[in-house]
Design a protein around this ligand. Sequence first.
Ligand code: ZN
Length: 258
Amino acid sequence: MFGLGSRKVLKYSAIDTSFSIDVEDTVTCFCRKARRKEKDAGTTEDPKLYLEEAALERQLPELDLRMLVDLPPGLDYNEWLASHTLALFDHINLIYGTISEFCTMTGCPDMTGPGLRTYLWFDEKGKKTRVAAPQYIDYVMTFTQRTVSDETIFPTKYANEFPSSFESIVRKILRLLYHVVAHIYHCHFREVALLGLHAHLNCVFAHLTLLNQRFNLIDPKETEILGDLEAALLGDSTSSSAPSSQTLAIQETPTTAT
Ligand SMILES: [Zn+2]
């Protein structure tokens, strides 16, 4: 159907990696406040740095992102899902890679997300096991890498078709990637913001969320934990239609066979 290497990988261009002083101030001040609150309030959930106004930057206006996820006329639905899944995997993997040194077996002994959520890993036999966050995320990335490289599931060669279970496999990948994003927001947003990557993370989250809103791919029980961020970033769809200097490019990149 498609020749090797013909799959388009969506890329965000004009990613600004410059350090934002505002965010640095907010992060520093917020951490001080958070520690004070922690002392006062005891065991309630940590405050959410990612909901602070200075942290809500995003690289692309919502209008562009909505257009990004709309299925273009004549394009195969599975091919479209494959492109977005690959792009989201690449971006989430990259962002996690930048903060992975802070995500350790002792620092993150559980795979947690906001709302006191803890994720358990289901092994091949369907048995639930409690694993540390870096281990869980390693399982997610390994599983995803293996799946997207499997020619029988993500075909790139001529005459190879998508399997009938393709959409359910994509649902599983997106659910697992969502867990990784939830963990980054919950436990590592401070590091992300200090590296100046928060706008990029927000953009990837917005992409994942809009793709999900468009095609209903992730269970709402999974996404409710970041519902407040979703509302803060995408809530008011009427105010974000202003033109932006940021552009979005769809680039041809060879699909690797590794
Ligand atoms: Zn962690």
